[in-house]
Design a protein around this ligand. Sequence first.
Ligand SMILES: [Zn+2]
Length: 83
Amino acid sequence: MMSGWNFRGLASFIGYKAALAGVSLIYVDPKETSKTCPKCGNISSHNRKVQGWFRYTKCGYQSDAERVGALNVAAKALDALGA
Ligand SMILES: [Zn+2]
């Protein structure tokens, strides 16, 4: 159902549902979240040789690319909270 929504529509829907549930919502800039190593913080487009897998050659960290993106978004949210 939501796959046809634009980003603004989806963000609005999520904000509406979060407010109903009493959940705080933090917007973060997603820039570089798919290219940043969550272990050492280095950024490189070479970390994604395969679409669904993240492997950073310098520190050796590797994981599912979606998981890496989620970890980086969570880290940005924690930074925004000052945690
Ligand atoms: Zn790394």
